[in-house]
Design a protein around this ligand. Structure first.
Ligand SMILES: [Zn+2]
Length: 316
Protein backbone atom coordinates (compact mmCIF):
# COMPACT_ATOMS: atom_id res chain seq x y z
CA UNK A 1 0.00 0.00 0.00
CA UNK A 2 1.33 3.41 -0.95
CA UNK A 3 1.99 5.77 1.94
CA UNK A 4 1.74 9.55 1.70
CA UNK A 5 2.70 11.80 4.59
CA UNK A 6 0.49 14.87 4.75
CA UNK A 7 2.13 17.75 6.57
CA UNK A 8 0.03 20.76 7.55
CA UNK A 9 2.56 23.55 7.97
CA UNK A 10 2.96 25.43 11.27
CA UNK A 11 0.48 24.94 14.16
CA UNK A 12 0.05 25.80 17.83
CA UNK A 13 1.97 28.94 18.78
CA UNK A 14 3.43 29.03 15.27
CA UNK A 15 0.59 30.62 13.27
CA UNK A 16 2.63 30.89 10.07
CA UNK A 17 1.68 33.86 7.91
CA UNK A 18 -1.14 36.01 9.25
CA UNK A 19 -3.70 38.26 7.57
CA UNK A 20 -5.87 39.88 10.24
CA UNK A 21 -7.72 37.01 11.90
CA UNK A 22 -6.77 34.59 9.16
CA UNK A 23 -3.89 32.28 10.18
CA UNK A 24 -1.93 30.22 7.72
CA UNK A 25 -1.78 27.27 10.14
CA UNK A 26 -5.58 26.91 9.96
CA UNK A 27 -5.81 27.08 6.16
CA UNK A 28 -2.97 24.54 5.94
CA UNK A 29 -4.67 22.10 8.30
CA UNK A 30 -8.06 22.42 6.60
CA UNK A 31 -6.62 21.64 3.18
CA UNK A 32 -4.31 18.91 4.51
CA UNK A 33 -7.22 17.07 6.15
CA UNK A 34 -9.43 17.43 3.04
CA UNK A 35 -6.71 16.03 0.78
CA UNK A 36 -5.84 13.24 3.25
CA UNK A 37 -9.48 12.17 3.45
CA UNK A 38 -9.68 11.91 -0.34
CA UNK A 39 -6.43 9.91 -0.52
CA UNK A 40 -7.66 7.46 2.13
CA UNK A 41 -10.83 6.86 0.12
CA UNK A 42 -8.59 5.82 -2.78
CA UNK A 43 -6.85 3.20 -0.66
CA UNK A 44 -3.72 5.19 0.13
CA UNK A 45 -2.23 5.02 3.63
CA UNK A 46 -2.16 8.59 4.92
CA UNK A 47 0.06 9.61 7.81
CA UNK A 48 -0.48 13.13 9.16
CA UNK A 49 2.21 15.08 10.97
CA UNK A 50 -0.63 16.85 12.79
CA UNK A 51 -4.43 16.69 12.75
CA UNK A 52 -5.10 19.52 15.19
CA UNK A 53 -3.75 22.92 16.15
CA UNK A 54 -0.52 21.78 17.78
CA UNK A 55 3.11 22.74 17.29
CA UNK A 56 5.27 20.07 15.64
CA UNK A 57 9.02 20.77 15.25
CA UNK A 58 10.36 20.63 11.70
CA UNK A 59 12.70 17.69 12.33
CA UNK A 60 9.84 15.75 13.92
CA UNK A 61 7.85 16.13 10.68
CA UNK A 62 10.66 14.57 8.67
CA UNK A 63 11.16 11.86 11.33
CA UNK A 64 7.47 10.85 11.04
CA UNK A 65 7.89 10.48 7.29
CA UNK A 66 11.16 8.55 7.60
CA UNK A 67 9.78 6.19 10.27
CA UNK A 68 6.80 5.39 8.07
CA UNK A 69 8.96 4.77 5.02
CA UNK A 70 6.69 7.11 3.05
CA UNK A 71 6.44 7.09 -0.75
CA UNK A 72 5.74 10.81 -0.83
CA UNK A 73 5.85 13.71 1.65
CA UNK A 74 3.67 16.75 0.98
CA UNK A 75 3.77 19.90 3.06
CA UNK A 76 0.85 22.35 2.85
CA UNK A 77 1.45 26.08 3.20
CA UNK A 78 0.08 29.47 2.19
CA UNK A 79 2.50 32.06 0.91
CA UNK A 80 2.94 35.64 2.09
CA UNK A 81 4.69 38.78 0.94
CA UNK A 82 4.86 42.37 2.11
CA UNK A 83 3.41 43.40 -1.27
CA UNK A 84 -0.31 42.49 -1.32
CA UNK A 85 -0.19 42.31 -5.13
CA UNK A 86 1.98 39.16 -5.02
CA UNK A 87 -0.27 36.22 -5.90
CA UNK A 88 -0.45 32.72 -7.26
CA UNK A 89 0.58 29.17 -6.54
CA UNK A 90 4.03 27.58 -6.41
CA UNK A 91 5.43 24.18 -5.49
CA UNK A 92 8.81 23.83 -3.82
CA UNK A 93 11.37 21.01 -3.88
CA UNK A 94 14.83 20.65 -2.30
CA UNK A 95 17.78 22.07 -4.24
CA UNK A 96 19.03 18.52 -4.89
CA UNK A 97 15.56 17.03 -5.31
CA UNK A 98 15.21 13.56 -6.80
CA UNK A 99 13.54 13.18 -10.18
CA UNK A 100 10.58 11.63 -8.42
CA UNK A 101 10.10 14.69 -6.22
CA UNK A 102 10.50 16.99 -9.18
CA UNK A 103 7.95 15.04 -11.25
CA UNK A 104 5.44 15.01 -8.38
CA UNK A 105 5.92 18.77 -7.95
CA UNK A 106 5.54 19.50 -11.68
CA UNK A 107 2.39 17.36 -11.87
CA UNK A 108 0.84 18.98 -8.80
CA UNK A 109 1.63 22.49 -10.01
CA UNK A 110 0.15 21.75 -13.45
CA UNK A 111 -2.99 20.17 -11.95
CA UNK A 112 -3.64 23.30 -9.92
CA UNK A 113 -2.94 25.59 -12.86
CA UNK A 114 -5.43 23.57 -14.94
CA UNK A 115 -7.98 23.89 -12.15
CA UNK A 116 -7.56 27.68 -12.19
CA UNK A 117 -5.15 29.81 -10.16
CA UNK A 118 -4.43 33.53 -10.22
CA UNK A 119 -0.90 33.00 -11.48
CA UNK A 120 1.46 30.10 -12.06
CA UNK A 121 4.68 30.70 -10.09
CA UNK A 122 6.05 27.32 -11.11
CA UNK A 123 8.24 24.79 -9.32
CA UNK A 124 11.16 26.20 -7.34
CA UNK A 125 14.22 24.63 -5.72
CA UNK A 126 14.85 25.74 -2.16
CA UNK A 127 16.86 24.66 0.88
CA UNK A 128 14.19 24.02 3.51
CA UNK A 129 14.55 21.65 6.46
CA UNK A 130 11.40 19.58 5.83
CA UNK A 131 12.44 18.98 2.23
CA UNK A 132 16.10 18.32 3.06
CA UNK A 133 15.67 16.01 6.07
CA UNK A 134 12.90 13.85 4.61
CA UNK A 135 13.99 10.63 2.88
CA UNK A 136 10.86 10.29 0.71
CA UNK A 137 10.38 12.48 -2.35
CA UNK A 138 9.27 15.70 -0.64
CA UNK A 139 7.33 18.64 -2.00
CA UNK A 140 5.90 21.78 -0.45
CA UNK A 141 2.83 23.50 -1.82
CA UNK A 142 2.28 27.23 -1.37
CA UNK A 143 -1.44 27.44 -2.17
CA UNK A 144 -1.79 31.14 -2.86
CA UNK A 145 -0.86 34.18 -0.78
CA UNK A 146 -2.70 34.67 2.48
CA UNK A 147 -2.27 38.45 2.18
CA UNK A 148 -3.73 38.61 -1.33
CA UNK A 149 -7.49 39.04 -1.28
CA UNK A 150 -8.19 37.27 -4.56
CA UNK A 151 -5.97 34.30 -3.66
CA UNK A 152 -8.06 33.93 -0.49
CA UNK A 153 -11.29 34.11 -2.51
CA UNK A 154 -9.94 31.34 -4.75
CA UNK A 155 -8.79 29.27 -1.75
CA UNK A 156 -12.25 29.52 -0.20
CA UNK A 157 -14.48 29.16 -3.26
CA UNK A 158 -12.34 26.54 -5.04
CA UNK A 159 -11.52 24.64 -1.87
CA UNK A 160 -13.16 21.35 -2.89
CA UNK A 161 -11.90 21.55 -6.47
CA UNK A 162 -8.37 22.17 -5.23
CA UNK A 163 -8.61 19.31 -2.71
CA UNK A 164 -9.84 17.01 -5.50
CA UNK A 165 -7.11 17.83 -8.00
CA UNK A 166 -4.36 17.81 -5.35
CA UNK A 167 -5.46 14.36 -4.16
CA UNK A 168 -5.74 13.08 -7.74
CA UNK A 169 -2.30 14.37 -8.63
CA UNK A 170 -0.56 13.08 -5.47
CA UNK A 171 -2.20 9.68 -5.89
CA UNK A 172 -1.04 9.49 -9.47
CA UNK A 173 2.51 10.28 -8.33
CA UNK A 174 2.50 7.14 -6.15
CA UNK A 175 0.88 5.06 -8.89
CA UNK A 176 -2.71 5.09 -7.63
CA UNK A 177 -5.74 6.17 -9.68
CA UNK A 178 -7.79 8.44 -7.44
CA UNK A 179 -10.19 9.73 -10.11
CA UNK A 180 -9.69 12.42 -12.70
CA UNK A 181 -6.69 12.26 -14.96
CA UNK A 182 -4.46 13.72 -12.30
CA UNK A 183 -4.23 16.92 -14.30
CA UNK A 184 -7.44 18.65 -13.28
CA UNK A 185 -9.86 17.02 -15.71
CA UNK A 186 -13.32 16.19 -14.46
CA UNK A 187 -14.71 12.69 -13.98
CA UNK A 188 -18.39 11.72 -14.44
CA UNK A 189 -20.17 13.96 -12.05
CA UNK A 190 -23.67 13.95 -10.55
CA UNK A 191 -24.13 17.72 -10.92
CA UNK A 192 -23.18 17.55 -14.60
CA UNK A 193 -25.73 14.75 -15.05
CA UNK A 194 -28.26 17.03 -13.41
CA UNK A 195 -27.35 19.90 -15.74
CA UNK A 196 -27.65 17.65 -18.78
CA UNK A 197 -31.04 16.28 -17.77
CA UNK A 198 -32.32 19.80 -17.06
CA UNK A 199 -31.12 20.96 -20.50
CA UNK A 200 -33.02 18.00 -21.99
CA UNK A 201 -36.22 18.59 -20.02
CA UNK A 202 -36.33 22.38 -20.28
CA UNK A 203 -34.85 22.98 -23.73
CA UNK A 204 -35.17 19.64 -25.55
CA UNK A 205 -31.41 19.31 -25.82
CA UNK A 206 -31.38 15.56 -26.46
CA UNK A 207 -28.09 15.04 -24.60
CA UNK A 208 -26.96 11.68 -23.28
CA UNK A 209 -26.92 12.09 -19.51
CA UNK A 210 -23.42 10.73 -18.87
CA UNK A 211 -22.04 13.24 -16.36
CA UNK A 212 -19.18 14.19 -18.67
CA UNK A 213 -19.12 17.72 -20.07
CA UNK A 214 -18.15 17.84 -23.74
CA UNK A 215 -18.72 20.07 -26.80
CA UNK A 216 -22.31 18.84 -27.32
CA UNK A 217 -23.24 19.77 -23.76
CA UNK A 218 -21.58 23.16 -24.14
CA UNK A 219 -23.50 23.78 -27.37
CA UNK A 220 -26.76 22.81 -25.64
CA UNK A 221 -25.99 25.33 -22.89
CA UNK A 222 -25.50 28.09 -25.48
CA UNK A 223 -28.79 27.10 -27.16
CA UNK A 224 -30.50 27.36 -23.75
CA UNK A 225 -28.99 30.83 -23.32
CA UNK A 226 -30.27 31.90 -26.74
CA UNK A 227 -33.77 30.55 -26.04
CA UNK A 228 -33.91 32.44 -22.73
CA UNK A 229 -32.62 35.67 -24.31
CA UNK A 230 -35.35 35.38 -26.95
CA UNK A 231 -38.08 34.67 -24.39
CA UNK A 232 -37.01 37.24 -21.80
CA UNK A 233 -35.86 40.12 -24.02
CA UNK A 234 -37.26 39.35 -27.49
CA UNK A 235 -33.68 39.10 -28.74
CA UNK A 236 -34.72 37.37 -31.96
CA UNK A 237 -31.61 35.19 -32.01
CA UNK A 238 -31.17 32.14 -34.21
CA UNK A 239 -30.95 29.23 -31.78
CA UNK A 240 -27.83 27.61 -33.22
CA UNK A 241 -25.68 26.95 -30.14
CA UNK A 242 -22.95 29.26 -31.42
CA UNK A 243 -21.94 32.18 -29.23
CA UNK A 244 -21.44 34.85 -31.89
CA UNK A 245 -21.56 38.67 -31.84
CA UNK A 246 -25.39 38.84 -31.93
CA UNK A 247 -25.74 36.51 -28.98
CA UNK A 248 -23.06 38.47 -27.12
CA UNK A 249 -24.85 41.77 -27.83
CA UNK A 250 -28.14 40.36 -26.47
CA UNK A 251 -26.64 39.58 -23.02
CA UNK A 252 -27.96 41.67 -20.13
CA UNK A 253 -26.05 41.94 -16.85
CA UNK A 254 -26.84 39.48 -14.10
CA UNK A 255 -25.82 40.48 -10.60
CA UNK A 256 -26.52 39.68 -6.99
CA UNK A 257 -30.30 39.52 -6.52
CA UNK A 258 -31.03 38.30 -10.07
CA UNK A 259 -32.95 35.05 -10.36
CA UNK A 260 -34.47 32.76 -12.95
CA UNK A 261 -33.38 30.46 -15.76
CA UNK A 262 -30.67 32.80 -17.00
CA UNK A 263 -29.07 32.65 -13.55
CA UNK A 264 -29.30 28.86 -13.71
CA UNK A 265 -27.48 28.93 -17.07
CA UNK A 266 -24.80 31.16 -15.52
CA UNK A 267 -24.43 28.77 -12.56
CA UNK A 268 -24.26 25.74 -14.87
CA UNK A 269 -21.62 27.50 -17.00
CA UNK A 270 -19.57 28.28 -13.88
CA UNK A 271 -19.88 24.75 -12.54
CA UNK A 272 -18.65 23.06 -15.69
CA UNK A 273 -15.64 25.38 -15.72
CA UNK A 274 -14.80 24.18 -12.22
CA UNK A 275 -16.30 27.07 -10.23
CA UNK A 276 -18.69 25.22 -7.98
CA UNK A 277 -21.99 26.88 -7.39
CA UNK A 278 -25.33 25.59 -6.15
CA UNK A 279 -27.67 25.47 -9.14
CA UNK A 280 -30.59 27.18 -7.43
CA UNK A 281 -31.30 29.87 -10.09
CA UNK A 282 -30.71 32.55 -7.43
CA UNK A 283 -27.72 34.90 -7.79
CA UNK A 284 -26.58 35.07 -4.16
CA UNK A 285 -23.28 35.83 -2.43
CA UNK A 286 -21.76 32.48 -3.36
CA UNK A 287 -22.58 32.90 -7.05
CA UNK A 288 -21.09 36.42 -6.89
CA UNK A 289 -17.88 35.00 -5.36
CA UNK A 290 -17.68 32.34 -8.05
CA UNK A 291 -18.24 34.92 -10.80
CA UNK A 292 -15.39 37.00 -9.32
CA UNK A 293 -13.12 33.95 -9.12
CA UNK A 294 -13.97 33.03 -12.71
CA UNK A 295 -13.36 36.60 -13.89
CA UNK A 296 -9.99 36.71 -12.16
CA UNK A 297 -8.98 33.35 -13.64
CA UNK A 298 -9.90 34.68 -17.11
CA UNK A 299 -8.22 38.07 -16.89
CA UNK A 300 -11.50 39.98 -16.60
CA UNK A 301 -12.36 42.75 -14.16
CA UNK A 302 -13.51 40.91 -11.02
CA UNK A 303 -16.68 42.91 -10.34
CA UNK A 304 -18.95 39.92 -9.65
CA UNK A 305 -21.37 41.06 -12.37
CA UNK A 306 -21.99 38.59 -15.19
CA UNK A 307 -22.15 40.69 -18.37
CA UNK A 308 -21.16 40.26 -22.01
CA UNK A 309 -17.46 39.50 -21.46
CA UNK A 310 -18.09 37.06 -18.64
CA UNK A 311 -20.67 35.14 -20.67
CA UNK A 312 -18.39 35.14 -23.68
CA UNK A 313 -15.61 33.52 -21.60
CA UNK A 314 -18.08 31.11 -19.98
CA UNK A 315 -19.60 29.92 -23.25
CA UNK A 316 -16.22 29.31 -24.92
ZN1 LIG B 1 4.10 28.39 5.80
Amino acid sequence: MATIVIDAGHGGYDAGAVNGTRFEKNDNLRMALAVGERLQKCGIKVVYTRTSDVFVPLLERSRISNNNNADLFVSFHRNSASNPIANGVETLVYINASNKALQAAEALQQALVNAGVQSNRGVKRVNLSVLRETNAPAILLELGFINNEQDNVLFDTQFNTYADVIAQSLAKSVGVNCGGSGNGDTTPNATIRNIQSTLNARYGAGLSVDGIWGPLSQKALIRALQIELNMNYGAGLIVDGIFGPRTKAAIRNLSQGSRGNLVWILQAGLFVKGFETTLDSIFGANTANQVRAFQTANGLIADGIAGTNTFEALMR
